[in-house]
Write a protein that binds this ligand. Structure first.
Ligand code: IVH
Length: 721
């Protein structure tokens, strides 16, 4: 059977039932073809038919992640022929954690939680759990009616990889949960490798003449992400359960209670987890675990604190990618001595010149380090942002013996210089006053507001600077922007070098005209080194698949100064469509316009961001580049979550006066989760004002504009407690 001779429905038109049947059919068929190909060495279908079946299977799995089968072809041994794992969109995103580095940060965390919840000391102790932060990789396990249906890696937090077949080989992971568990259970935790197992594995690999892993975490990640699960089976992976995703029913009311249940269901849970009632107690547990660290037999890189009561966790909610109710208290960084071989200057997408230390390679915390960031000119001299000293004011000179420090995934830093070892010939570093990429003047601007000289020296070459253009393109295709598979940093650099009539890429729009230009080009992509017909086709498909793009990704991808992911989301949510956003930005370049005032009114968007946006949109060349780009793509409108039940969906609210039952932050977070916009000032566009006692001018203004005003109690009545 081939795709052509069956009347198959479009994936988008399948019902869940049809999809399940289709996945079953595809799993069976692909297994049969795999068997013929791999075991009997006698393929029964041509490659194109086989690939089409696999792609269809993946497309259905992406559309119906809950239906991904334990025997899914995308996670199976036969997948050696596929170019990776199937994707799974997490039912509930997998988040990361904010970090604390000192005992003081822990006090701050508890203080913030209490303030957010208005949970004052009179209301008693606030229970918070403490447990080791395991240095491995997180995994989400989905069970339906007690049976493991899939295992997915964290990926970008929204979409991960389907590694079910590999997870099935890990003995710490139950394949069946006991009777009585909720219908849908997603248990999350860390896959890791113990020290002894790691050493034995490396010895074995070395004995076989293979490469060794740098540390247990890399070994765990490399082993879990094997396309051949028989290899994973030979790797000693372990798993600790500590969190959860979707649950059809939450069977406990505290963090501790949930983890205890996980233990009863057959998962390994960390025995060092404790429930504490104050910051002091948490810090004590932290130092206790730190002391025991070297004897645990597995790597940990800190202690995680979580508010114990789940109802309080729900009220605290999230800030961008991390929960407000948890924090990771990291262990101090590891340090090592090495030589500073050179200081290189890199040019970023906004023209910033950044010095980078080239180091004699040295192992710190199990990883070889050969670069360290140096931030800016003053930093090299030993001067910090506000004029304070860094490294006791010691400057860095090429040839110096330096102390470097690395903490977790943080980029290594040079924290000290051994002056006793400095050579008498060592000279202070001469920071360039011209851009190393285009030769233009590089200047440190004076901030018109503060009168302070900017720490960053910037290339003034703008459009003529190739380094800036390349960095902008890299940002445009990066993971949290357009995320174009097959077009990474290396490819961007290569495509930039080609002439435009030979498949070059100099601006974002060029990416989307690449396939069209390739048709008439004499230098076709498929004949370029490193490409073939298949990879060229794949790249064109990957580009095509991003013509429809979420608004926040597009805004972020433009690489406007100060507009990171968070601000891009705020803007997308505020303007909801590309045209709405673009027109508003053009209008706002007139600073007396309503559009300008509205931009500044967006909660979370400050003056610096607003000015950076206007500077960007006022530039004629940027307008042209955007016109060329948007002619090629279809930015998606922001769909406001279905809050049809919510009485405030789509409304603009203002909170004013002192609120008594919730903090301003909680009020705002709640309103936004119900689909409302929260603004800092009252205008004609305001729909509702929630005023507590001591409300002042905003209340008066609302009254004069005839806007509805309600009390905090009315608010709770409106939206439920
Ligand atoms: S809780 C919503 N607990 O740390 C919070 N994470 O930096 C979910 N990790 O991606 C995470 N040990 O891979 C939690 N005991 C622990 C952890 C832990 C390790 C990892 C996890 C997560 C990362 C966040």
């Amino acid at each position: 059977m081939s795709l052509a001779d069956t009347s198959l429905k479009d994936v988008g038109a399948l019902t869940a039932e049809e999809a399940a049947l289709e996945l079953e059919r595809l799993a069976r068929l692909i297994a049969e073809y795999d068997e013929a190909y791999h075991t009997q060495d006698a393929p029964v279908v041509d490659d194109a038919t086989y690939d089409a079946l696999r792609r269809r299977n993946e497309a259905i799995e992406t559309a119906f992640p809950q239906l991904v089968r334990a025997d899914s072809p995308s996670a199976r041994v036969g997948a050696a022929v596929a170019d990776g794992f199937g994707k799974i969109t997490h039912a509930v995103p997998m988040l990361s954690l904010d970090n604390a580095f000192s005992d003081g940060d822990v006090q701050d965390f508890i203080g913030k939680v209490r303030r957010f919840l208005k949970y004052d000391p009179l209301m008693g102790a606030l229970a918070v759990t403490a447990e080791p932060k395991i240095d491995g990789l997180s995994l989400s396990l989905r069970y339906e009616r007690g049976k493991l249906v899939y295992a997915a890696t964290r990926g970008d937090g929204t979409t991960g990889e389907n590694v079910t077949a590999n997870a099935l080989t890990i003995s710490d992971i139950p394949q069946q949960l006991p009777a009585g568990v909720p219908d849908v259970v997603e248990v999350r935790g860390e896959v890791y490798m113990g020290h002894a197992d790691f050493a034995a594995l490396n010895a074995r690999m070395e004995g076989n003449g293979g490469k060794v892993f740098a540390n247990p975490r890399n070994a765990a990640a490399g082993s879990l992400r094997q396309l051949n699960s028989e290899i994973t089976r030979t790797r000693p992976l372990k798993f600790f359960a500590y969190a959860w995703g979707e649950m059809s029913e939450v069977p406990a009311s505290t963090q501790m209670g949930m983890v205890e249940l996980f233990g009863q269901w057959g998962f390994e849970v960390n025995p060092l987890m404790k429930r504490c009632e104050s910051a002091e107690e948490l810090v004590k547990v932290y130092h206790g675990i730190e002391e025991d660290r070297s004897g645990l037999g597995y790597d940990i890189d800190g202690v995680v604190y979580k508010v114990d009561r789940l109802d309080l966790q729900a009220r605290l909610g999230f800030v961008s990618r991390s929960p407000r109710w948890a924090i990771a208290h990291k262990f101090p960084a590891e340090r090592a001595f090495t030589t500073l071989n050179a200081i290189e200057i890199q040019v970023g997408r906004t023209g910033a010149l950044t010095p980078v230390a080239k180091l004699e390679p040295v192992t710190v915390g199990g990883v070889v380090v050969s670069n360290a960031t140096l931030h800016n000119e003053d930093y090299v001299k030993g001067i910090g942002q506000d004029g304070e000293t860094i490294r006791d004011g010691k400057d860095l000179r090429v040839g110096d013996t330096v102390v470097i420090q690395r903490a977790g995934d943080v980029i290594p830093q040079i924290v000290d210089v051994d002056l006793a070892k400095r050579s008498v010939d060592a000279v202070p570093f001469q920071y360039p006053e011209n851009c190393p990429a285009c030769g233009s003047h590089a200047v440190r601007e004076v901030n018109p507001n503060s009168g302070k000289v900017d720490a960053i020296r910037r290339c003034t070459g703008g459009l003529i600077c190739p380094a800036q253009a390349i960095e902008k393109l890299k940002h445009f295709v990066s993971r949290n922007a357009f995320d174009i598979e097959g077009l990474g940093e290396k490819q961007v650099e290569a495509f930039y070098e080609y002439d435009m009539d030979k498949g070059g890429i100099r601006s974002p729009a060029d990416i989307f005209t690449l396939a069209e230009r390739d048709k008439t080009s004499l230098a076709k992509l498929r004949s370029r080194e490193g490409f073939g017909a298949v990879s060229a086709r794949k790249l064109f498909d990957a580009i095509d698949s991003k013509r429809q793009i979420e608004l926040n990704r597009l805004i972020f991808g433009l690489g406007i100064r100060h507009v990171g992911e968070g601000n891009a989301k705020l803007l997308a949510r505020a303007y909801t469509s590309w045209n709405g956003f673009y027109d508003a930005m053009i209008s706002a370049t007139d600073t007396t316009s309503d559009a300008y005032r509205e931009l500044n009114d967006i909660d979370g968007i400050g003056g610096t961001v607003a000015n950076a946006l206007l500077e960007f949109f006022a530039e004629a060349h940027n307008q042209e580049a955007l016109a060329a780009l948007t002619a090629q793509i279809s930015p998606l409108d922001v769909v406001v979550a279905d809050n049809s039940e919510s009485p405030v969906a789509g409304k603009t609210l203002v909170f004013t006066g002192s609120l008594e039952r919730m903090s301003r932050d909680e009020a705002k977070a709640r309103a936004e989760s119900l689909g409302a916009k929260v603004s800092g000032s009252v205008s004609k566009k305001t729909d509702l004002v929630i005023a507590g006692p001591k409300a002042g001018s905003k209340l008066t203004k609302a009254q004069s504009l005839g806007i509805e005003v309600i009390s905090e109690d009315d608010w709770f009545e409106l939206v439920g407690d």
